[in-house]
Design a protein around this ligand. Structure first.
Ligand code: UD1
Ligand code: MG
Length: 451
């Protein structure tokens, strides 16, 4: 059965106290909205419609960057969740199949849970709702079910009787129904309730009135964790990280101090990787088996091959591609550079817009001068090349295979294969001068203190 996903993302999120639309605040390096879109991707949804409102253009741009096929529709005035879903109707007129409604501020609903809802739909239920046993049911809508007839209605807390408020199975907000059924029912939803809003939740009672069976399935409360404030955002980050650390260890990664390692939503780490304390993985990082990421390293947009050793205190920026068994040591920054197999950049260097050949050795303090103030230029260092400490390589420049540079050199033109380039002032030794100079200075100091 084809699936479409509608993500509600029009709300203002006033409790965030922010100029950024709520759904664009990030957890694990991705906007909340992208987390919701990832759940949809997990279902291979045929169509994703994002309902935008506050900061609509910005939200639309993020949605389309993540999924160019996503459709954004605007809800100019927030008149309730039912009204919000209705905005997606025109975008889905040609779609036949089940529609799942998600919230853009609820990032952790698992694709498996959504699949369980779809299965429940396939059993002949007109509307399927995702519920959870709330530790504090508070303002959540309550799922009223009977043993015989299944889910009867969702009752918003504001409209509930004291008895109904006793129900602890609450509405997560995620709802699934056939496209035509959903929009037909929404057409009948009114706003005669405590909030004066068009409630999506009313479709359950309306479906029942038409003789359609409805059902609820329930998930862990953690999956329905929503974000309404900065504190919620921090709590969502913490729960994401706790899960990611657990999953990494489960998959065979050693984390010596798990609580100090931060993953992104898309970090991929192979078996038998060791991650030491205080490592941060920004978005788009892959680390292959057997690599070691030593303490206090920061990685983003990079790929670390097998058995490479990164850090301590290394920074891998986007486009860093580290070869098998290569080493990137302390206070080394690598950006948009291929570092060949077994190459070593062990200390205090900047390597940007470059290729470093297999088994090359980059001495301490080597700086690639890749930027002339306007353009970036490329540097190529050959296989087994040896770059002397404190070399400045002024790009564009190529150092050949098996070539060397003398320490302290400023290399501005290509170095042929096997050649040695030295570009610095020649050393001159003045015999006895150091001693004569010191004696003179000491005598001057003594004369001064007598004055
Ligand atoms: C809603 C549910 C409630 C459920 C709770 C779970 C309704 C009527 N109530 O209540 O049963 O327990 O979520 O968190 O559906 N939104 C729009 N446009 C609107 C209104 C809302 O896009 O016009 C978006 C919001 O940005 C938010 C989501 O829909 O992401 C839910 O809206 P919210 O106002 O938080 O609903 P609740 O009152 O919490
Ligand atoms: Mg809410």
């Amino acid at each position: 059965m084809p699936i479409a996903v509608v993500i509600l993302a029009a709300g203002q999120g006033s409790r965030m106290n922010s100029d950024t639309p709520k759904v664009l605040h990030q957890v694990a390096g991705a906007p909340l909205l992208v987390h919701a879109m990832l759940s949809a991707r997990g279902l291979e949804a045929e169509q994703t419609v994002v309902v935008t409102g506050v900061g609509g253009a910005q939200v639309e741009q993020v949605a389309k960057t993540f999924d160019p096929d996503a459709i954004a529709v605007n809800q100019a005035e927030q008149q309730g969740t039912g009204h919000a879903v209705k905005q997606a109707e025109a975008a889905l007129t040609d779609f036949t199949g089940d529609v799942i409604v998600l919230y853009g501020d609820t990032p952790f609903v698992r694709p498996e849970t959504l699949q369980a809802m779809l299965n429940k739909r396939a059993e002949g239920n007109g509307v399927v709702v995702l519920g959870f046993e709330a530790t504090d049911p508070g303002h959540y809508g309550r799922l009223w079910s009977t043993t015989e007839d299944g889910l009867m209605a969702i009752i918003e807390a504001k409209d509930a009787t004291p008895e109904q408020l006793q129900i602890s199975l609450c509405n997560s907000g995620v709802i699934c129904a056939d496209r035509k059924v959903l929009f037909d029912l929404l057409g009948k939803v009114g706003n005669d309730n405590a909030s004066g809003e068009y409630y999506l939740t009313d479709i359950v009672a309306l479906a029942r009135a038409e003789g359609l069976r409805c059902a609820a399935i329930s998930c862990d409360e953690a999956e329905t964790q929503g974000v309404n404030s900065r504190a919620d955002l921090a709590a969502a980050e913490a729960s994401f990280q706790a899960r990611a650390r657990g999953a990494a260890m489960e998959n065979g990664t050693t984390l010596t101090a798990p609580d100090t390692v931060y993953f992104s939503f898309d970090t991929i780490i192979g078996r038998d990787v060791i991650v030491e304390p205080n490592v941060v993985f920004g978005p788009d990082v892959t680390v292959e088996s057997g690599a070691i990421i030593r303490a206090f390293s920061h990685l983003e947009g990079c790929h670390v091959s097998q058995h490479a050793i990164i850090g301590p205190y290394a920074r891998l920026r986007p486009g860093a591609e580290i070869g098998d068994g290569a080493r990137v040591g302390n206070f080394v920054e690598v950006k948009a550079a291929l570092v060949g197999e077994g190459a070593k950049i062990n200390h205090l260097s900047y390597v940007g817009d470059a290729e470093v050949g297999d088994a090359a050795n980059i001495g301490a303090g080597t700086i690639i001068c890749n930027y002339d103030g306007v353009f970036k230029h490329k540097t190529v260092i050959g296989k087994r090349a040896f770059i002397g400490s404190n070399t400045a390589l002024v790009a564009p420049v190529r150092v050949g295979d098996d070539a060397m540079t003398g320490s302290g050199s400023v290399i501005t033109s290509d170095v042929p294969d096997e050649a040695m380039a030295i570009s610095r002032a020649k050393q001159a030794n003045k015999p006895g001068l150091a001693l004569r100079l010191m004696n003179k200075l000491r005598a001057a100091k003594a004369a001064r203190s007598k004055e």
